[in-house]
Design a protein around this ligand. Structure first.
Ligand code: HPA
Length: 246
């Protein structure tokens, strides 16, 4: 049973080490997901893989069909979703290439299709989102990071921004005053949609730059690319251990 899915983000459009068993194009009532669902074997465990931005990384954060992606995983009986995501570091201990396993989210996105509870409802459902991440899955990620010798930042608030532009320095100061520690563009509505369909969801976030205004250096695609490569090495180690402990 492939009940664990990994959603790949920036740096994980393809999944080195994943032995592909088959790919399936899944259609959903909400349209098509970012790509075919890949069934594979990773370190001896059967998993499902879906690259959030498409296999050639062509879908920007605000254009991802989150509802189709999460519906497709649910359709394939996924119970646990590990979402790999690139973030900017706001907290002074979250420097580029550090891994973060956040425990809270604030949603600053707008205009995204963010719920399944919209039409033809027999009743209105309000999910409990007090703790947006599944604690048991977070603990497994933390255990895996410890075993892998990856010094992850355990906790923190993820700010989901609209993108695709990065933030202004003043916006980052505001996010910090709000209590945010990292900033990314894809965590919402992904986390909430997973909860609506009763799937456990946790972030394995990877810092790829200091957030705007937190470093003297300009944020360039080149520097993001370099940090993504360093961070991905840690993500791969962590995920390999996760396959042992889950
Ligand atoms: N801001 C928003 N999203 C991001 C960033 C950032 O600085 N880095 C990677 N994803």
């Amino acid at each position: 049973m492939q009940d664990i899915a990994i959603i790949g983000g920036t740096g994980l459009a393809s999944f080195p080490g994943l032995k592909i068993i088959r790919k399936e194009v899944v259609r959903t009532p909400f349209g098509t997901p970012s790509g075919p669902i890949t069934f594979g074997d990773y370190c001896g465990k059967k998993i499902i893989f879906l690259p959030r931005h498409g296999s050639r990384h062509t879908i920007p954060p605000h254009m991802v069909n989150y509802r189709a992606n999460i519906w497709a995983l649910h359709d394939k009986h996924v119970k646990n979703i590990v979402a790999v995501a690139a973030v900017g570091g706001i907290h002074n201990e979250i420097s580029p290439a550090r891994i973060v396993i956040p425990d809270q989210i604030i949603d600053y996105t707008y205009g995204r299709e963010h719920t399944y509870f919209e039409k033809d409802l027999s009743h209105v459902k309000h999910i409990d989102f007090s703790n947006p991440y599944n604690q048991a899955l977070r603990e497994k990620l933390i255990e895996a990071s410890d075993l892998a010798g990856v010094d992850a930042f355990k906790g923190g608030v993820y700010a989901a921004t609209q993108g695709p532009r990065l933030e202004s320095a003043a916006e980052i100061n505001k996010l910090e005053r709000d209590g945010c520690d990292v900033v990314g563009m894809t965590g919402m509505p992904e986390a909430a949609l997973s909860r609506e369909l009763d799937m456990a969801y946790a972030h394995c976030a990877m810092c790829v730059n200091w957030a705007a205004g937190r470093s003297e250096e300009e944020i360039t695609l080149e520097s993001i690319r370099e940090c993504t490569e360093l961070g991905m090495e840690k993500v791969r180690k962590l995920l390999a251990k996760l396959m042992e402990v889950i």
